[in-house]
Design a protein around this ligand. Structure first.
Ligand code: SF4
Length: 194
């Protein structure tokens, strides 16, 4: 696994399969424990992520980390976080369909190697792609949907919570729901409270 994972990462770090390679500072492959049973998926890197080469490191990322840590989950120990597109689209525009298509195999291979029990989609773009094109985050966040032996959950994107802080308590309830499910089915995951 480790050899395959390192090989995948080093190939991805040199990828020039779409135009986003021209403007990126860093390829944002992902962060966390590749043997985690819980995988979080976002849409793509923003400015801070592009500069630091790590997903979810700006204000939204800090909020995500706080909510994760409150339920015993963290990128340092027991989850993995990756994006659908590994290089930042200029001016934070949505990735073009051809960019998403060119990049999709990297995440597909990450999912295959991690083999998660639970996939959490952060925001509507990831939820559209992995759960359903009809997914409504406002109505269906926090619900588990089983597909091909994996439980998928859509959550509010942390940037959306920052824009609308009233959503924070409801959003946090989803993390509690996630923790309960992790305790129920993720037999190799130890919740950690540093
Ligand atoms: S966005 Fe994906 S496909 Fe495009 S250059 Fe970056 S890693 Fe390659």
């Amino acid at each position: 696994m480790e050899q395959n994972w390192n090989g995948l990462k080093s190939q991805c770090m040199h990828c020039r399969a779409c135009g986003l390679c021209e403007t990126r500072h860093n390829v944002v492959f992902g962060v966390g424990n590749p043997q985690a049973e819980v995988l979080f998926i976002g849409e793509g890197p923003g400015e801070n992520e592009d500069l630091q080469g790590e997903p979810f490191v700006g204000r939204a990322g800090k909020l995500l980390d706080l909510m994760l840590e409150a339920v015993g989950l963290s990128r340092k120990h027991n989850i993995y976080i990756a994006n659908m597109v590994k290089c930042r689209p200029p001016q934070n525009r949505d990735p073009l369909p051809e960019e998403q298509e060119a990049c999709a195999h990297w995440l597909a291979e990450q999912i295959r190697l991690i083999s998660p029990k639970i996939v959490v989609c952060l925001g509507r773009i990831a939820a559209f792609h992995f759960i359903s094109p009809d997914f409504k985050v406002t109505r269906q966040h926090g619900e588990f949907i089983e597909k091909d032996g994996i439980l998928y959950m859509g959550m509010f994107h942390p940037a959306a919570i920052l824009r609308n802080p009233n959503q924070k308590p409801v959003a946090f309830d989803d993390f509690v729901t996630l923790r309960d499910k992790v305790q129920e089915i993720c037999t190799h995951t130890t919740l950690t409270f540093d």
